[in-house]
Write a new protein. Structure first.
Length: 175
């Protein structure tokens, strides 16, 4: 994205900048997972995502299937309403995260697949405060696609979350 002068976001002076996005791990519970945000530019900040997360010491990685605007039985919800579909897809994402004893704050990557990029950029912006409030600033990709699993669906949200071992996990089955 370009700034008001038509220039790409400038690279911050990394030598003279404190990194507020660095989490060096190690807290009162003795956890040692660390996550460092990698942002060589600043333009992505207005969109609420980062270029990359460097993670060390993570013990649990959750790869979430794409979540859409469906009910508990898999039936499409909110046909034609992008904003409602985005919110429902995020609700469903949070349900899956909770089942793994995680939350939006653990998400480090989100891929958005939409049948209408312009409409998503309008309606999807309303979900940004929800992600920010949860401490979710993932590396993200937005892709326009011809269609999703059901013709009524306009958005699918796929994610990767990380957490330390012992931060939940439930029953583990051997591979």
């Amino acid at each position: 994205m370009r700034d008001g002068n038509g220039e790409l976001g400038a690279r911050p002076d990394r030598d003279n900048r404190e990194d507020p996005d660095r989490d060096d791990g190690g807290d009162e519970k003795g956890r040692s997972m660390a996550r460092r945000v990698i942002n060589p530019w600043t333009w992505q900040d207005v969109f609420g995502f980062v270029q990359a997360h460097e993670v060390t010491g993570a013990q649990r990685v959750l790869h979430l299937a794409g979540q859409t605007s469906v009910d508990a039985y898999g039936g499409p919800m909110h046909p034609g309403d992008m904003a409602a579909q985005v919110e429902q897809a995020l609700d469903n994402l949070e349900v899956v995260l909770r089942e793994a004893d995680m939350a939006l704050e653990h998400v480090v990557r989100i891929n958005y697949y939409t049948t209408d990029v312009d409409l998503f950029l309008e309606a999807g912006a309303a979900s940004l405060p929800r992600l920010q409030k949860a401490g979710c600033r993932p590396a993200s990709t937005l892709l326009g696609v011809q269609r999703l699993a059901f013709p009524e669906l306009m958005i699918e949200i796929e994610a990767i979350a990380i957490a330390e071992d012992g931060a939940g996990g439930g029953d583990v089955e051997p591979l």
